[in-house]
Write a protein that binds this ligand. Structure first.
Ligand code: GLU
Length: 489
C-alpha cells in the first residue's frame, strides 16, 4: 500500500481531536466499529475532529484489502473522518527518533539478551513460582557490544502510575507490576506502544477511547508521554462486547464483521443505533436519529460493565428503521443492496418502481435480504408456483371471477394503479357475492405464486399490466385443466 502522510496540525489547538486506530489485518469487526462510532460521536458532540490512523506497522499482516474494508465499513456506517488518514508505517523515522531520544535521556536502554536467554530467564522465574518478566539484566550495562539489540524502556521501579479513566474512573498500578517493555525491535522497527504515543501526540489527539484490553498499555504509554515530555490525552476504556450467551463476542455467535451485516441486509442506521447502545444509554430512548445521537452522546455516561450484542435487538431495530425511514433514502439503499449482492431484477424498471416495492414490503420484512427474497415474483419471470397454494386457491370455482378480473385488467389503460384496479375488482366481488379473500387469494397465487404477499392492488400495480395478464392467463389455464379433470383436483 502507498503510505500517505498528511501535514500535521500546527500550531497546537485545543480543538477536541479523537481518532480510530485500527490495524488493517482483517475486516472491520463489531467491536472496532463500536470503538469508531463512540470516538466519532464524541468528536462530533464536542464539535471536534475525528481522525483515522491505520496501524500498519506489522507489514506482514497488514493488507491493502483490509484497509479498504475499514474505509468501506466506516463509510457504510455513515462515519466520516476529517483529514487524510495517517498510515503509521510512514512515520517510522519519527518512531526511531523517539527511541533515540529516550536512549539519550536515559529513559531507555539497549538490551542484548537473546531469545534463548530470555526464555531461560522466564523458565527460572516460573520454576520459582514468579511471574515471568524481563529482569532488567541489561539496565546497567555500560559496554556497547556490536551485537543486535532491542531498546527497552526503563520503567521506574518504585511508586505507581495513575490516570482518571473517562469511563472506569481512577486507575492505578504499581510500577513494579510493569516490566521494561520493548520500544524498538532489533530490526529498528517500533513496537505498538512507542508508535501509538508518538502518533497520538503528533496528531494532537486529546481523547483516546478504545477497548479495555488496552488498559495495561495505557499505564505504559503514560510513562512514555512523561519521558518524552509530551502532553497526555485523556483516556477512556470501553468494556467488552459479549454474545447473547455471555461469552466474548466471536465468530461462533454469527456474523462479527460489519460488512457481513451489510450483506445480511441490515440498515446502517439500525446498526449505528444498535452499536451506540452497547454500553451507552440515554434514559429509555430506543431510537435515535444521527443528530440525536450526536447531541445526546457523552463518553462519561458509558457504563463500565460488558454489554451484550443481541441479534434479536438488532432485528427489531432494523424492522423499525425499515418502517420509519424516509422512503426515497430506503429505496436508494435497497438499490445499492441489490447491486452489491448481484441480485438481478429482470424487469425493466426505474427508481419509482423499486420505491413501490419497498413501500409494499417494508411493513412485512425485517431486512433487505428478506425483502429481496420476498420480492422474487416482482423481479423475475417466469413465476415459481407454490404447489400447495395453487392447489388450495386455484380451484375450478374461481374460474369465472378470475377470468373477469383478467378481462377487466385488460380493459384498463396501462399503467394499472392500485387505485384504478380497485373499482373493477370490487365490482366482480359484488357480482359474484364474494368476500375479498375469495378473489384476492386466487389472484395473489396467480400473480405471485404464493399465498402471502403485500395487498393485492399493490401487487397488481407493481407487477404491471402485461405480466399480470400473462400470469392470470397461465393461472386460468391451470384452473381449466383442473375443471376438465386433466389435473387432479
Ligand atoms: N491498533 C490498535 C488496535 O487495533 C489501536 C489501539 C489504540 O486505539 O491505541 O487495537
Amino acid at each position: 500500500m502507498t503510505p500517505r502522510l498528511r501535514p500535521l496540525p500546527s500550531p497546537f489547538t485545543m480543538t477536541p481531536r479523537l481518532r480510530f486506530a485500527p490495524s488493517p489485518t482483517g475486516d472491520l469487526h463489531v467491536g472496532g466499529a463500536r470503538t469508531a462510532l463512540f470516538n466519532w460521536l464524541y468528536a462530533r458532540h464536542l464539535g471536534g475532529q475525528f481522525l483515522l490512523r491505520i496501524e500498519d506497522t506489522d507489514r506482514e499482516r497488514s493488507t491493502e484489502h483490509a484497509v479498504r474494508a475499514i474505509f468501506d465499513g466506516l463509510t457504510w456506517l455513515g462515519l466520516d473522518w476529517d483529514e487524510e488518514p495517517l498510515f503509521q508505517h510512514a512515520r517510522e523515522a519519527a518512531h526511531r527518533a523517539a527511541a533515540a531520544q529516550l536512549l539519550q535521556s536515559g529513559h531507555a536502554y539497549r538490551c542484548y539478551c537473546t531469545t534463548s536467554e530470555l526464555e531461560q530467564m522466564r523458565e527460572e522465574q516460573r520454576a520459582h513460582g514468579a511471574k515471568p518478566r524481563y529482569n532488567g539484566r541489561c539496565r546497567h550495562r555500560s559496554d556497547a557490544p556490536d551485537l543486535p539489540f532491542v531498546v527497552r524502556f526503563k520503567t521506574p521501579s518504585d511508586g505507581s502510575i495513575a490516570f482518571d479513566d473517562l469511563i472506569k474512573g481512577r486507575m492505578v498500578v504499581a510500577n513494579d507490576e510493569l516490566d521494561d517493555l520493548v520500544l524498538q525491535r532489533s530490526d529498528g522497527t517500533p513496537t505498538y506502544n512507542l508508535a501509538v504515543v508518538c502518533d497520538d501526540a503528533a496528531m494532537r489527539i486529546t481523547h483516546v477511547i478504545r477497548g479495555d484490553d488496552h488498559v495495561n498499555n495505557t499505564f505504559r504509554q503514560l510513562h512514555l508521554y512523561r519521558a518524552l515530555g509530551l502532553t497526555e490525552p485523556a483516556f477512556g476504556h470501553m468494556p467488552l462486547i459479549l454474545g447473547d450467551d455471555g461469552a466474548k463476542l466471536s465468530k461462533r455467535h454469527g456474523a462479527t464483521s460489519v460488512f457481513e451485516y451489510a450483506r445480511l441486509g441490515y440498515l446502517p442506521a439500525a446498526m449505528r443505533n444498535h452499536l451506540a447502545r452497547l454500553g451507552w444509554s440515554h434514559g429509555d430512548q430506543e431510537h435515535f436519529t444521527t443528530d440525536e445521537l450526536i447531541a445526546a452522546f457523552d463518553i462519561h455516561e458509558v457504563g463500565s460493565s460488558p454489554s451484550v450484542f443481541a441479534l434479536q435487538k438488532l432485528d427489531s431495530l432494523n424492522g423499525w428503521y425499515l418502517r420509519n425511514s424516509d422512503l426515497d433514502e430506503l429505496t436508494d439503499l435497497f438499490a445499492k443492496y441489490l447491486d452489491r449482492e448481484g441480485i438481478a431484477v429482470e424487469v425493466d424498471h426505474d427508481r419509482s418502481w423499486l420505491r413501490q416495492i419497498v413501500a409494499a414490503q417494508r411493513e412485512r420484512t425485517t431486512t433487505f435480504k428478506e425483502m429481496a427474497e420476498k420480492s422474487g415474483y416482482f423481479f423475475r419471470t417466469p413465476l415459481e408456483l407454490d404447489e400447495e397454494a395453487a392447489h388450495k386457491h386455484l380451484r375450478p370455482v374461481v374460474l369465472e371471477p378470475l377470468r373477469e378480473l383478467r378481462d377487466a385488467l385488460a380493459a384498463l389503460d396501462a399503467p394499472l394503479t392500485a387505485e384504478a384496479v380497485k373499482t373493477p375488482f370490487e365490482a366482480i366481488l359484488a357480482r359474484h357475492e364474494l368476500k375479498m379473500g375469495k378473489l384476492a387469494q386466487p389472484a395473489r397465487v396467480a400473480l405471485t405464486g404464493s399465498a402471502i404477499s403485500p395487498g393485492i392492488f399493490d401487487v397488481i400495480e407493481i407487477t404491471g399490466k402485461q405480466r399480470c395478464l400473462d400470469r392470470l392467463d397461465a393461472a386460468l389455464a391451470y384452473v381449466e385443466r383442473r375443471a376438465t379433470g386433466e389435473l387432479a383436483s
